[in-house]
Design a protein. Structure first.
Length: 434
């Protein structure tokens, strides 16, 4: 039977995503009612600037006192789209204390304090859903938490930041330099005025922490994720990648160790073969490649950001949480039973592509090869090209290694820098996805 009393929703934040959530709740009210089994009513909207005009939202719903909204006694679900750590953390905790389930899009908070928030939700017998925190509209969190709950996930590799993928795609397809591609991304609205969180990998690292926790049933915090940005990626790197039949992506890579006793989580630019499905992800799209023991290889693809795509994920969570409320049940909470340690980046086994500026004279290649051998790193291919510049005779030497521990590869690079015949290390990049 259809319940007549509406489920009341408090919307915390009304920016690009929040305003789209409010619009969809209004325009699709009948459909949402039919899908949930009860009406859903937007009961209040907490904002910082009440004077701002918000089309389609009743001004009577606007308040600057989010705490009072949560404590007024009739709210069933809170949607948090404020972002950042505070006041979002305090407001979510307040919601749980007042019997309110929460839908959040807050990747930074979940990556930092997800365990505490899950514990608070569990203690109160409430839901915490956050599909929109990772990869926008792409159904990813719930399939990993629920559809693959009976499987064993061994590896997750994905493009989880649309801004960086747009920049790298433009560098690849047009030959543009990093700054030129960033300027275009900014002009089109893909990049923020301060793009640091995106281009330095902080945004992707937060998402990686969330996905690693879900994939491996262990607690992974933002501080556990190794991170490198992509600001040093150059047109020369793309030229080298193309010669190898590769392209370059900023990847989040989460792996279970071969012995199953630890996990690793990392974000960095990497060369991947053009034959890999992630290589064809263009523009500002996201894609996540999941490798599970029984299900095999799965790829989730779609728009990873923006008001409408993110709002779609928020509304999907809202429907699920509302259904749980009506059934007097809760969905899956945190699963961290494995308690696996997160290994440091040095334990990761990977390949390197290293470009060196060296003196163009006999014996240089032998010196370089000896340095690799001394650190236990096997060379796969070497390409040398002589060139003339103003300071004398020099050459460019490109070395691609076999798989080795990252610590050994890093030690090799440091030793190469100390060789008299090596004028400089022009580029270092990992090779993944083979």
């Amino acid at each position: 039977m259809m319940r007549t009393r509406p489920l009341k929703v408090a919307l915390l934040g009304c920016g690009v995503v929040g305003s789209e959530v409010a619009r969809i709740m209004t325009t699709h009210a009948d459909d949402l009612t039919a899908r949930i089994g009860a009406p859903v009513e937007l009961a209040g909207v907490a904002v910082r600037r009440p004077s701002k005009v918000r089309e389609g939202i009743d001004p009577a719903l606007i308040t600057t006192d989010a705490t009072a909204l949560l404590k007024r006694g009739d709210i069933d679900i809170a949607i948090e789209v404020i972002g950042g750590i505070e006041p979002a953390r305090t407001l979510i905790t307040t919601a749980f204390e007042n019997g309110i389930s929460v839908v959040s899009a807050n990747k930074a908070l979940l990556a930092q304090d997800g365990a505490a928030l899950h514990a608070a939700a569990g203690a109160a017998g409430l839901d915490l859903y956050y599909e929109a925190a990772v990869a926008g509209a792409i159904p990813l969190v719930r399939p990993m938490r629920e559809s693959l709950a009976g499987d064993k996930i061994n590896r997750v590799m994905g493009i989880v930041n649309g801004t960086t993928n747009f920049i790298l795609d433009k560098m690849d397809s047009t030959g543009a330099g990093y700054q030129e591609a960033l300027d275009e991304a900014t002009a089109l609205g893909y990049a923020e005025a301060d793009p640091t969180a995106d281009v330095e990998g902080y945004d992707a690292a937060a998402k990686a922490a969330i996905l690693a926790g879900i994939a491996f049933h262990t607690r992974v915090r933002l501080d556990d994720v190794y991170r490198e940005g992509m600001t040093e990626v150059s047109a020369a790197d793309f030229a080298s990648a193309k010669r190898m039949g590769c392209t370059i992506k900023l990847l989040a890579i989460l792996e279970r160790a071969a012995d199953g006793e630890s996990v690793t989580a990392r974000v960095h630019p990497a060369m991947i073969p053009l034959t890999h499905p992630l290589s064809s992800v263009r523009e500002a799209y996201n894609a996540v490649f999941v490798e599970a023991e029984a299900a095999g290889r799965l790829m989730f693809y779609g728009p990873g950001a923006g008001g409408s795509p993110t709002a779609s994920a928020v509304l999907g969570d809202l429907v699920a949480v509302c259904r749980n409320k009506l059934a007097q049940a809760t969905g899956p909470g945190e699963s961290a039973y494995t308690q696996l340690p997160v290994s440091p980046m040095g334990d990761v086994v990977t390949r390197y592509h290293i470009s060196l500026d060296v003196a163009d004279k006999p014996g240089v290649l032998a010196q370089v090869a000896t340095t690799f051998a001394e650190h236990g790193v096997s060379i796969d291919t070497v390409r040398q090209q002589g060139r003339q510049d103003g300071s004398g005779k020099e050459a460019s030497l490109v070395v691609v290694t076999h798989r080795a521990p990252d610590a050994a590869l890093s030690g090799t690079v440091e030793a190469l820098r100390k060789l008299d015949t090596v004028r400089g290390v022009a580029s270092i990049m990992r090779v993944e996805g083979e």
